[in-house]
Design a protein around this ligand. Structure first.
Ligand code: ADP
Ligand code: MG
Length: 219
C-alpha cells in the first residue's frame, strides 16, 4: 500500500517539485508519467526513503517513511522495498548469483542460497546463475536486477524508466517480466516512465501525472 499527502520536495537551489496525492492498494500497479525533469525519479527516491520531503507525508508498504530513523530506514528499505534503478548497478566482479547474495549483507540477513536459486528460476534465469554480468544481454541483465529487487519479496517494487533504451520487442518482454515478478511476490508495482508504450501496454494501471517544476520565486 502506498499513500501520499501534500508531498513537496525542493533540491538545494532548485525548483519546488509538487506531487499530486495518490493512494494505491497492495498489489496494484501505478505508473508515474511525465516529461524528463518532472520529478519521477525524485518521487521514487522519496518513496524509498532515500530523500526526505520538505512538506507532506508518504506511507509506503504501510510505513510512514518520515517516522523512521536513519538506521531503521536502511533496514526497512532493504527488507520492504525492491528497487530497480535505470542504471542497474550490478557488480561486474561477481557472478549473477553472488550479485543477489549482496542483498542479504545489505539487509543484515544470512545468505540463503536456496532462495537465490528460486528467485532466479522464477524469472527464467537459473541457467545464467554462474555468469558474470558482462556475459549477459541488456534484457537479461535487467531481469537479474529484477530478481535481485524481488529476492526478499518486498511489498513494493519501484522501477525507474525500465524501457528507455529498449526496442519494441524488448519493451514488451521487460514489462511482462515486471508484471510477472510483481504478481509472483504480491508486490505493488510502481513504474516511472516517459515512454508512451508503457502506458499503452498497461491500460489497467493507475496513473500519476507529473508536471514541470514551479520556479522557486513563484512557488
Ligand atoms: P525525472 O525523473 O522525471 O526526469 P527528476 O526527479 O530526476 O525527474 O528531476 C526533477 C528535477 O529535479 C529536475 O529539474 C532535476 O534537474 C532536479 N534534480 C534531480 N536530482 C537533483 C539533485 N540531486 N540535486 C539538484 N537537483 C536535482
Ligand atoms: Mg528520472
Amino acid at each position: 500500500m502506498i499513500e501520499t499527502r501534500g508531498l513537496r520536495h525542493t533540491y538545494p537551489g532548485g525548483s519546488a517539485l509538487q506531487f499530486d496525492d495518490v493512494a494505491v492498494s497492495q498489489g496494484d500497479t501505478l505508473l508515474l508519467r511525465g516529461a524528463s525533469g518532472s520529478g519521477k525519479s525524485t518521487w521514487l527516491a522519496l518513496a524509498a526513503g532515500l530523500l526526505t520531503p520538505q512538506t507532506g507525508e508518504m506511507v509506503v508498504a504501510g510505513q510512514p517513511v518520515a517516522a523512521l530513523g536513519a538506521g531503521e530506514r536502511d533496514r526497512w528499505r532493504a527488507r520492504c522495498i525492491g528497487f530497480l534503478p535505470q542504471k542497474l548497478l550490478l557488480s561486474e566482479a561477481l557472478s549473477v548469483a553472488d550479485n543477489l547474495a549482496l542483498v542479504y549483507f545489505a539487509s543484515g540477513l544470512g545468505v540463503d542460497r536456496a532462495a537465490i536459486a528460486r528467485a532466479l528460476d522464477a524469472l527464467g534465469l537459473g541457467p545464467l546463475a554462474a555468469r558474470q554480468p558482462a556475459q549477459l544481454s541488456g534484457g537479461q541483465a535487467q531481469r537479474v536486477a529484477l530478481a535481485r529487487a524481488l529476492l526478499l519479496r518486498p511489498q513494493v517494487l519501484l522501477v525507474d524508466e525500465p524501457t528507455a533504451s529498449l526496442d519494441d520487442a524488448a519493451c514488451t518482454a521487460s514489462l511482462g517480466w515486471l508484471q510477472q515478478g510483481a504478481a509472483q511476490t504480491g508486490a505493488t508495482l510502481v513504474i516511472a516512465t516517459h515512454d508512451a508504450r508503457v502506458v499503452q501496454a498497461l491500460p489497467q494501471a493507475r496513473t500519476l501525472g507529473f508536471r514541470a517544476p514551479v520556479p522557486e520565486a513563484l512557488a
